[in-house]
Ligand binder design. Structure first.
Ligand code: FAD
Length: 374
C-alpha cells in the first residue's frame, strides 16, 4: 500500500457539510484534504431546495435550535464572503417565506407555530386573503380554500449548485486539496486508537479525520462496529421554467414547498421515502409533487418542466445530526445526518466542528449530537 503526503485534516465527503468544514479549517490555517467518492458537491447537497427557514433570535433552549440559530445568523456573511472571494453569486436572497393552510388541522399547526415564533423573536405577519392577493397575485386560485396565511420575512434561500461551486472554489483558493473519484473503503485503527483511511490501495493519514459522507457514513461506522439510526430518506424535486418569476417568496404548505429562483425557475418539492440508497425519481413521486404544485400555482399547468431529480437526505432516528468524536478513537470525528436541513445547518456545523477538532470550547454543547446516542 502507498501513502500520500500527510495533512493536518482529512475529510471524507464533499457535500455542503464536508466543504463548509474544509473551508472553515483552512481559514484557520490548517492543511486540509477532502476525499470524495464521486464528483465534488454532486450528491444530496446539490439536490436540495436551498430553503433557510427563520430561526430563533433568542430563547433557543435545545441544542438543535441553537445550532439552527447559529447557522441562520452566519449564512448572510458566508454568502457575502463566498461572493467576494470567488466571484460566484450563490443566489442567497432574503426572500421571505409564506406559510399557507388549506385545512383546519394545518391552520391550527400554524397558530401553534405563531406562539413559538413570538417566544423566539421571529418576525411574522398574518396575511388576509386580500394581502396575499396583493403581494402574490399568482396564488389567487388558493384564496377560496385558504384557512390562513402567514408571512415570515426572515426566511432565506440560496441556489445549491452555485453555493457548492462557490464553496469548492473558496476551498481551493484556501489551499484545500479536493480529491475526486476516491471512495474511502475503510477506517483503519492503530493500536493507540489513531485512525487512518484506506481508499483502494492508498492509506491516508492526518492528525484529525472527519466523516462528512452524509447517509453513507452509516456504512463506514457499521464497519467499525458502531450502529447508528442513520438512514437515507429520498426526496424528489420538479423544476419548472417560467419566463419571469411568478412568485417572489418561498411558499410552504406542510412539508411541500415552491421556491422561485430569480431567473424564473421554480422548484417544487418534496416527498419523503424510505427506499434505501435508490436515488432515481419515480413517476408516482413526480406526479404527487406536480399535482400539489399545479394546484397551488395553476400557471405551472402550462409551464414546461425543465428537469426533475431525487436526492437522499441523511436521516437519523431522532432527526438530529451526528456531530462529535467517535468514541474509541483518538482522532476520528463525524458530522453527518443533517436530514432535511443540512444546507441550513452547514455554516454552524462547520464552526462548531472546527472548534471541537482543534480542542477549543464550542459555543453550543455538542453532547446531544454525540454519535452512538439513543
Ligand atoms: C429533495 C431535497 C430537498 C432538500 N431541501 C433542503 C432545504 O431546502 N434546506 C436544507 O437546509 N436542506 C435541504 N435538504 C437536505 C440537505 O440537502 C442535506 O441535509 C445535506 O445536503 C446533507 O449534506 P451532506 O454534506 O451531509 O451530504 P451529501 O451532500 O450527500 O455529501 C456527502 C458526500 O460524501 C460522499 N461520500 C459518500 N461516501 C463516501 C466514501 N466512502 N468516500 C468518499 N466520499 C464519500 C458522497 O459522494 C457525497 O458527495 C434537502 C434534501 C433533499 C434530498
Amino acid at each position: 500500500m502507498s501513502a500520500p503526503p500527510t495533512t493536518d485534516v482529512l475529510i471524507v465527503g464533499s457535500g455542503v457539510i464536508g466543504l463548509s468544514l474544509a473551508w472553515e479549517l483552512a481559514q484557520r490555517g490548517l492543511r486540509v484534504r477532502v476525499l470524495e467518492s464521486g464528483q465534488v458537491g454532486r450528491a444530496t447537497s446539490w439536490a436540495g431546495a436551498g430553503i433557510l427557514p427563520p430561526a430563533a433570535k433568542y430563547g433557543a433552549n435545545d441544542a438543535y435550535d441553537q445550532l439552527k440559530s447559529l447557522s441562520h445568523a452566519l449564512h448572510p456573511d458566508w454568502a457575502a464572503r463566498l461572493q467576494e472571494e470567488t466571484g460566484i453569486d450563490t443566489g442567497f436572497q432574503k426572500c421571505g417565506g409564506l406559510y399557507l393552510a388549506r385545512t383546519r388541522a394545518e391552520a391550527a399547526t400554524l397558530v401553534a407555530s405563531q406562539f413559538w415564533w413570538q417566544e423566539h423573536g421571529i418576525e411574522f405577519h398574518r396575511w388576509s386573503p386580500e394581502e396575499l392577493m396583493r403581494h402574490e397575485p399568482a396564488l389567487a386560485a388558493l384564496v377560496p380554500q385558504l384557512k390562513s396565511a402567514w408571512f415570515l420575512p426572515e426566511e432565506y434561500q440560496l441556489r445549491n449548485p452555485r453555493h457548492l461551486k462557490a464553496l469548492a472554489a473558496a476551498c481551493s483558493l484556501a489551499g484545500v486539496e479536493l480529491i475526486e473519484e476516491t471512495p474511502v473503503d475503510e477506517v483503519l485503527i492503530g493500536p493507540s486508537g489513531v485512525a487512518s483511511l484506506r481508499a483502494g490501495d492508498e492509506v491516508f493519514q492526518a492528525d484529525q479525520l472527519c466523516l462528512c459522507s452524509g447517509p453513507w457514513a452509516r456504512m463506514t461506522l457499521e464497519q467499525m462496529g458502531i450502529s447508528t439510526g442513520m438512514m437515507p430518506v429520498r426526496g424528489q424535486i420538479v423544476m419548472y421554467r417560467c419566463q419571469t418569476p411568478p412568485i417572489s417568496r418561498v411558499v410552504n404548505e406542510g412539508n411541500r414547498y415552491l421556491v422561485a429562483r430569480s431567473d424564473g425557475r421554480i422548484l417544487a418539492g418534496s416527498i419523503e421515502e424510505e427506499v434505501g440508497f435508490r436515488i432515481e425519481t419515480t413517476s408516482e413521486g413526480i406526479r404527487q409533487i406536480r399535482d400539489w404544485a399545479e394546484g397551488v400555482l395553476p400557471l405551472l399547468q402550462q409551464t414546461p418542466v425543465e428537469k426533475s431529480w431525487a436526492g437522499l437526505r441523511p436521516g437519523s432516528f431522532d432527526g438530529w445530526p451526528y456531530m462529535g468524536k467517535i468514541g474509541t478513537t483518538e482522532n476520528l470525528f463525524v458530522a453527518a445526518g443533517h436530514y432535511r436541513a443540512g444546507i441550513h445547518l452547514s455554516c454552524g456545523t462547520a464552526v462548531l466542528m472546527a472548534d471541537l477538532m482543534l480542542g477549543h470550547p464550542t459555543s453550543i454543547d455538542l453532547n446531544p449530537f454525540r454519535p452512538g446516542r439513543g
